[in-house]
Design a protein around this ligand. Structure first.
Ligand code: CTP
Length: 376
């Protein structure tokens, strides 16, 4: 190793980087643990401190994270209620013992030797998500993290160990989940929505009764929950991969009433794009559930989703409509294609202004819609 910045430092690759390498997955971020050093010694070597709560540093050239080995003790409620102890006498084994899952508690020396006191590699091979120690219950966020890892690895055959499920249930029952701040809950949920099996996240949370604490609107009715989870990958064709999370969220909550949907959005402080799309999909659901659709209902829908000012919204929603109720989808696509042709210029030329112009536009669109729907 000829990196002068870490020369002579006792460092180990840890966490996700080791786990993913053993899974044969590409490793994007490598995290390191440093044993036996002080913050001052790290700064002298040129490391830049970044952690406010933990002693974490960035390597001046590679910008990878180097954290001093630490132990943590619960000292209050929720994710932040911890006392951190990061002195040079903390060993690598002590640092690994504070971690959540065995597959996340492996370390590797710079020359590739595995340090695995909790059987992480065996669990990785057995496709098991298992807690490291009973201290798992000290951090309620771990319930969500474990469910999220299941969403990531479910398709590889991973399951959550029974004992870990029992601890997740214990945590859910203890009321500790209520101390998680909205931002943490949403961050985990948003990440889970981007994983290959997002339904596994919500299902795992429901099985341990955490969903009832986090999203009671969804947990309350088992049948609705099953149907909602079955929809997560029924999405419009040709979505950008980056839009998938938002669409999956919208599909999850589309059956809820406006009040329940808004209550979740407020509680979790959802970003605007999630709120807006969830509302638009719920409005579109009305359309595909209708036995017949006519110019009135389509025009109302277009107005409600603000289609005239935001025409880019229409195509993906029509795509969803085509998945859920193909004949309605085809009809609305025709109607929209015709109605959007109505241009203000001829009406302006005919002398319409202000509110009268708005009314004339609406009338024209209505006529075109009715014609297209009659033909379609
Ligand atoms: N960790 C933990 N408990 C938490 C958060 C993190 O034990 N509540 C530990 C885990 O050992 C984890 C490591 O800290 O592997 C780094 O956490 P993070 O970067 O959030 O996760 P990764 O495991 O690297 O996973 P990802 O691929 O999602 O980044």
């Amino acid at each position: 190793m000829d990196d002068p910045v870490i020369e002579g430092l006792d460092v180990y690759r840890v966490g996700g980087a080791v786990r993913d390498a053993y899974l044969g997955w590409p490793v994007s971020d490598t995290d390191w643990v440093v044993v036996g050093a002080t913050p001052e010694a790290m700064r002298r070597r040129g490391f830049k401190p970044v952690g406010r709560d933990f002693p974490v540093f960035l390597h001046p050239e590679t910008h990878e994270e180097y954290a001093l080995a630490r132990t943590e003790r619960k000292s209050g409620h929720g994710y932040t209620g911890f006392t951190v102890h990061a002195r040079p006498d903390v060993t690598l084994e002590e640092d690994l013992a504070r971690r959540d899952l065995t597959i996340n508690a492996m370390a590797e020396t710079p020359d590739g030797q595995l340090v695995d006191p909790h059987g992480g590699l065996a669990d990785l091979r057995a496709r098991t998500l298992r807690h490291v120690s009973p201290a798992f219950v000290e951090d309620p966020l771990r319930v969500l993290r474990t469910a999220r890892f299941l969403a990531r690895y479910d398709h590889l055959g991973f399951t959550i160990a029974d004992e870990t499920r029992a601890l997740m249930r214990q945590l859910a029952r203890s009321g500790e989940l209520e101390h998680l701040v909205a931002e943490r809950v949403w961050t985990e949920t948003e990440k889970a929505l981007a994983e290959p099996s997002p339904a596994a996240y919500f299902r795992a949370l429901h099985d341990c009764q955490a969903l009832a604490a986090l999203l009671p609107e969804l947990a309350d009715d088992e049948r609705w929950l099953d149907t909602a989870l079955g929809r997560l990958d029924r999405l419009p064709a040709m979505l950008e991969a980056s839009d998938r999370r938002c669409w999956r969220w919208a599909r999850l909550v589309e059956h809820l009433g406006d009040e329940a949907r808004e209550a979740i959005a407020e509680r979790l402080r959802l970003p605007r794009v999630y709120r807006d799309l969830a509302r638009q999909v719920a409005l579109t659901r009305w359309l595909w559930q209708a036995t017949v659709i006519d110019a009135d209902s389509v025009q109302r829908w277009l107005d409600d989703i603000d289609a005239w000012r935001r025409p880019e919204r229409v195509a993906p929603l029509v795509g969803l409509l085509q998945r859920e109720a193909p004949p309605h989808g085809v009809a609305v696509a025709h109607g929209w294609a015709a109605a959007r042709q109505v241009a203000p210029q001829p009406l302006l030329a005919a002398g319409y202004r202000g509110a009268a112009l708005g009314e004339a536009l609406t009338r024209e669109r209505r006529v075109r819609l009715a014609e297209a729907l009659a033909i379609g």
